[in-house]
Design a protein around this ligand. Structure first.
Ligand code: PMV
Length: 283
């Protein structure tokens, strides 16, 4: 029994989405594949990830009777959806086909990693489309991205559960900032075909994420690097604390070169009418 699921990139709205505001996210062509076989003894995980992957597997299958082999090219803990892809790949390997049933089951896996997940990551992994998602209203499918972004990797994981808890502890003082992020997301949704309009909105989203305490000097530096190299907008993507920066570009080459010049690993996600395809940064 085998199942696969793709990683994702949050374009805007992270953290505020936990409190009922909208967010936009899209799948990327990085995949986790899980092969499930019946076996004797306790259920075992053989693949990338730590003890939490075993816990997810046992929660979604059974305490004993399975071995899961997994392979993945989604960097772990970078806000690129590795944990949601793992849960969705497991439920697909179990033969669950109905999308709503996949989501319900995979969310039990996400709770192992995230404690209080909004469901955004699992929704994107299951829907396999760019979506606008709110926790209470659900999702709408957006047109496939026609814009290009460069993803710059800090090389460091962010602790999503701790960052989400930290944001929660700063409420209600930061609620006006979360509201502003929510309305920005709708402005981004209305400007998906107009990168010059969208860029500054993404940069503003980064500043608001900084305000709620989830950016770091390295993420801020990567945002400045991308903007200096000609990006139209840039922000951290995912929970922050580490993870990645997403930079909206007309031409990925200068931003990829600037990232490479500083020793940061980066790749472009190039929107196409029929979908998206990442390219590994030229070395
Ligand atoms: O797992 P990450 O790093 O992509 O972060 C998830 C996004 C948050 O909005 C911070 C949390 C959530 O559950 O939506």
């Amino acid at each position: 029994m085998q199942g696969s699921a793709r990683g994702k990139l949050i374009l805007c709205g992270e953290h505020a989405v936990v409190y009922g505001h909208p967010a936009i996210a899209m799948p990327i062509d990085r995949t986790t594949t899980v092969t499930l076989t019946p076996s004797d003894g306790p259920t075992r995980w053989q693949g990338p990830g730590d003890h939490r992957a075993t816990e997810v597997l046992r929660r979604l299958t059974a305490e004993s009777g399975f071995t899961a082999r997994a392979s993945s090219d989604i960097p772990i803990g970078r806000g690129l959806g590795s944990s949601a892809a793992l849960s969705v790949a497991i439920v697909r390997a179990m033969g669950i086909e109905d999308p709503e049933a996949q989501i319900e089951a995979a969310m039990r896996g996400e709770q192992v990693f995230h404690g209080n997940p909004s469901g955004l990551d699992v929704q994107v992994a299951v829907r396999e489309a760019m979506i606008r998602f709110t926790r209470n209203e659900g999702f709408t499918v957006l047109p496939p991205p026609t814009f290009t972004v460069v993803v710059i990797d800090t090389g460091m994981p962010g602790d999503t559960a701790a960052l989400v808890a930290g944001v929660g502890s700063r409420r209600p003082q930061i609620d006006a900032t979360l509201d502003r992020i929510g309305s920005l997301v709708d402005e981004v949704a209305a400007s998906l075909g107009d990168v010059r309009k969208m860029g500054p909105l993404l940069t503003e989203n980064h500043h608001l994420l900084s305000e709620i305490g989830v950016s770091t000097p390295l993420l801020d530096d990567m945002v400045s690097l991308a903007l200096d190299a000609g990006a139209l907008g840039a922000k951290l993507s995912g929970a922050g604390g580490g993870g990645v920066v997403v930079a909206l570009v007309e031409d990925p080459a200068p931003v990829l070169r600037a990232a490479d010049g500083r020793g940061y690993s980066a790749f472009a996600v190039i929107g196409r009418p029929a979908g998206i395809r990442p390219q590994v940064a030229p070395k």
